[in-house]
Design a protein around this ligand. Structure first.
Ligand code: NAP
Length: 297
């Protein structure tokens, strides 16, 4: 990839900590090569919020198309943008910044990325549907906003800490004109989960070989779509239980690809270009494979 970098090459990247296992540079650089976009995407590891402020101000004077923001800075980035799109403000987090004429414009593509990946992999549309959303953190907030915008019929936010779910609902409720919103403690959520058309895991439970699940397998049923935001491993215990129950399972890699592709769509908008999701997915899968081999050594 390096030989195509020249004096006019634009910059993009991801800010976060740690970034050792990020798949974004592989996905984005593969997309730029495919699109013939003269840009390069680099990891920007930033250890703390004081350093974040300095890095963001440096980006303002460099030829950046834009950048992504990941854990733990999605909330802090809200306050560092010149403008924030309504959905990102409602979600309470920014994961994509567009550098446009010296201004930093914040977006959140996580929620739309989730729904795009679910639609692409199963044909499911959230419009008019019942959803059980497991978790009430940043990713759940972004997903909830996208579900409300897509006019889901009902979303039950199911969280271990009910107060956090209530805070999230309070933020979004005024904008949910056609979506009924409720909060439920996890141990009381059987009816909501079993009656949902879509169940989404927006917690880290099930990551990295853990056998834990947020809800028991017996609550899942045939015909549901069950999506997990976790993508390490590709098949989490929840997704295995979903398949066993006759539901359709969607892993988190598609969401990762879609949220990244939507960032490219925003940055390359002037050209009317659309990021190649298939190319980005192959690059992400290769990156995961390389990391697995490395871990096995
Ligand atoms: P976060 O803000 O820290 O929120 C974590 C949520 O998970 C909270 O609701 C928390 O509940 C819940 N939780 C954590 N541990 C739990 C446990 N042991 N049992 C039950 N609930 C538990 O994190 P986030 O940024 O929303 O991210 C959530 C997950 O989504 C992470 O795994 C992240 O990697 C993934 N994600 C994936 C993508 C993608 O592109 N695929 C994008 C964004 C995020 P409490 O409120 O009770 O603490």
């Amino acid at each position: 990839m390096a030989p195509r970098i020249n004096g006019r090459t634009k910059l993009a990247g991801v800010i976060g900590w740690p970034l050792d296992h990020t798949l974004s540079p592989a996905m984005h650089n593969a997309a730029y090569d495919h699109m013939g976009l003269d840009a390069v995407y680099v990891p920007l590891p930033v250890p703390n919020e004081a350093a974040l402020v300095r890095v963001v101000s440096a980006i303002r004077v460099l030829p950046f198309l834009g950048f992504n923001v990941t854990m733990p800075f999605k909330q802090a980035m809200l306050g560092l943008c010149d403008e924030v799109a309504a959905q990102a403000r409602l979600a309470g987090a920014v994961n994509t910044v567009h550098c446009s004429d010296g201004r930093l414009i914040g977006y959140n593509t996580d929620g739309r990325g989730l729904l795009e990946s679910v639609a692409e992999e199963t044909g499911f549309s959230a419009e008019g549907k019942r959803i059980a959303l497991l978790g009430a953190g940043g990713a759940a907030g972004a997903a909830l906003v996208a579900m409300v915008v897509t006019r889901a019929a009902r979303v039950a936010v199911v969280n271990r800490t009910k107060e956090r779910a209530e805070e999230l609902l309070a933020r979004v409720a005024d904008h949910a004109r056609t979506t009924e919103l409720v909060t439920v403690a996890t141990d009381e959520a059987q009816d909501e989960v079993s009656s949902a058309d879509l169940v989404v895991n927006a917690t880290p439970v099930g990551m990295n070989g853990s056998m834990e699940m947020v809800v028991p397998a017996g609550w899942l049923r045939p015909g549901q779509v069950v999506a997990d935001m976790v993508y390490r491993p590709a098949v989490t215990p929840l997704l295995r239980a979903a398949v066993d129950a006759g539901a359709k399972a969607v892993g988190g890699l598609g969401m990762l690809v879609a949220q990244g592709a939507m960032s490219v769509d925003i940055w390359a908008d002037a050209d009317g270009a659309r990021a190649p999701r298939d190319v980005m997915r192959v690059a992400a899968e290769e990156g995961l494979g390389v990391q697995r081999e490395g871990a096995g050594k």
